[in-house]
Design a protein around this ligand. Structure first.
Ligand SMILES: Cc1cc2nc3c(=O)[nH]c(=O)nc-3n(C[C@H](O)[C@H](O)[C@H](O)COP(=O)(O)OP(=O)(O)OC[C@H]3O[C@@H](n4cnc5c(N)ncnc54)[C@H](O)[C@@H]3O)c2cc1C
Length: 492
């Protein structure tokens, strides 16, 4: 857990985290490792709401059998850090109630969710779920980069027949689907990787594919469309003493369309070089004190170079995070080249919809009242002297204190736009009904499905990983039961 920001700051070609910068200028990250985002994420685990499950058209009973399968194997109850307790109590103080205790369920109010970190900070990941598989039926290739899915286009409807991939030595391999009835290819390359792979394989908007000299298998204008990233805005709260490090454990599910989360505990020594801001660290691109378009590599380097001049107080305290629940702003993903290892061009258009901006402002106002709540100041011991000292140096230190013009709506809107960073919950690109059907089969071809966050029209729960993992089990059971026939499959 302590290494969260270190992994994301590693931009080498062998890093398990691959940085990408959306055309909006916001730095982001995608996983490049078996287990995907669960290997690099902040660990918070929480289910989707029952209304989300209904909207998705999923079988509720099967969903409720599938979440616990994940939870039993890799999810833990967190040992609540002081900062998280203070935020929990403050959320209740300001009316984000009731208190729903420790629960995976998504309900209005305040709760403590699960985590894939053990008490000692050791991470569990989705890759461990493979341990439940029958090893005789499973081959796992790591460092295998899929270049494209191949098709037999002779029939009426193209049929996926295999994939071409490169191994760690750059050698190309072509593999074919078994001839067995029901054999299929599942693409689970995530919200960036799956639309990218479909496009590379010839499924997408004809004009765009032709520009890249890719043979068109299916002309589908929706591939890569509807990309969204829930904007994150944070407020730094300095404290007199060090606060224990924590990622996300508490969440406030408000009726204003924002989720309030928190992170804390940065520098552990008096050496400011060692200091960082956890999931809001400038070093990982979360440089929130300058507007997105100005967040260049040089600006990040500049922050690193000046770090030793930053007062130590700027690293004592924590953040309160505001995530927009269901952004209405949408963007798109387009290929820049045909190298699957390169990032495509991704645009999220943060806050291009006025309702998103309005909800962000509401969220900042909730944070303002939260920080002023009696519980918060008592539990945390916010020190007015330190706060005052930091107020005028927030830009230098990459920390956002609550803007002084808190009653000025216009400037709060600007604050939202200028300080937007990511919580890495981007989704879309292969929407259900547009690119895949309700059974996640890719429209217009046989024997190919996409199953991951690219199919989401909105991010599930307050944080998505629980539902992405649940979907794997859910679809696995559904397909197996369908194949075996209900009567023969009661124990599946
Ligand atoms: C830094 C960070 C923090 C986060 N914090 C949280 C959190 O606290 N709680 C939470 O619920 N969610 C969190 N998330 C989000 C969550 O991890 C993701 O939503 C989730 O992992 C998405 O799952 P996915 O299967 O859609 O895609 P991914 O997890 O991105 O998996 C895609 C996989 O496909 C592989 N891949 C891509 N292209 C290819 C190719 N061409 N060939 C072969 N393999 C390929 C990748 O290596 C990767 O393993 C966080 C994400 C990040 C990045």
């Amino acid at each position: 857990m302590q290494n969260f920001h270190i992994t994301l700051a590693d931009t080498s070609s062998t890093s398990v985290s691959q940085c990408f910068v959306s055309t909006d200028g916001v730095y982001n990250a995608r996983a490049r490792v078996l287990g995907g985002g669960s290997c690099i994420n902040a660990g918070f685990y929480t289910r989707a709401s029952s209304s989300y499950v209904k909207r998705a058209g999923w079988d509720e009973k099967l969903v409720n059998e599938s979440y616990p399968w994940v939870e039993k194997q890799i999810v833990h109850r967190p040992k609540l850090a002081l900062w998280q307790k203070a935020v929990r109590d403050a959320l209740l103080d300001v009316g984000v109630s009731p208190f729903n205790g420790f629960t995976y369920d998504h309900k209005y109010g305040t709760k403590v969710g699960g985590t894939i970190f053990e008490g000692n900070g050791r991470r569990h990941t989705a890759a461990e779920l493979l341990a439940s598989a029958n090893p005789d039926n499973l081959d796992v290739l790591i460092h295998a980069n899929v270049e494209k899915v191949t098709f037999d286009t002779r029939g009426k409807k193209p049929k996926a027949v295999g994939v071409i991939f490169k191994d760690e030595n750059g050698r190309k391999h072509q593999v074919f689907l078994s001839k067995k009835r029901g054999s299929e290819i599942f693409v689970s390359s995530g919200a960036i990787g799956s639309p990218q792979l479909l496009l590379l394989s010839g499924i997408g908007p004809k004009k765009d594919l032709q520009k890249m000299n890719i043979s068109v298998v299916v002309d589908n204008k929706f591939v890569g469309k509807g990309m969204q990233d829930n904007p994150l805005n944070t407020i730094f709260i300095p404290t007199k003493n060090h606060v224990e490090q924590s990622l996300i454990q508490t969440v406030g599910i408000t009726k204003k369309g924002v989720y309030i989360e928190a992170s804390s505990g940065f520098g552990q020594t008096n050496d400011s070089i060692q200091c960082h801001h956890g999931l809001a660290s400038a070093e990982i691109g979360q440089l929130s004190t300058i507007p997105p378009k100005q967040r260049t590599k040089n600006a990040i380097q500049d922050f690193k170079d000046r770090k030793q001049d930053i007062p130590f107080e700027a690293f004592k305290g924590g953040f309160i995070l505001e995530k927009l629940a269901t952004p209405m702003s949408k963007g798109e993903l387009k290929l820049i080249n045909t190298n699957p290892k390169d990032n495509p061009a991704v645009t999220f258009n943060y806050f291009s919809h006025p309702y998103d901006l309005q909800r962000c402002v509401e969220g900042i106002r909730i944070i303002e009242s939260l920080v002023k709540s009696a519980h918060f100041t008592n539990d945390i011991g916010c020190d007015e002297e330190t706060t005052e000292k930091l107020l005028n140096m927030s830009v230098k230190a990459n920390i956002n204190l609550i803007p002084k013009q808190i009653n000025d709506t216009v400037s709060l809107e600007q604050f939202c736009k200028d300080t937007v960073i990511t919580i890495w919950h981007y989704h879309g690109g292969c929407h259900v009904g547009k690119v895949v059907g309700h059974d996640y089969r890719v429209l217009g071809v046989h024997r190919l499905r996409v199953l991951d966050g690219s199919t989401f029209k909105e991010s599930p729960g307050t944080n998505p990983q629980a539902t992405v993992m649940m979907m794997g089990r859910y679809m696995g059971l559904k397909i197996t039961r369908e194949r075996l026939g209900r009567r023969g499959a009661t124990n599946v």
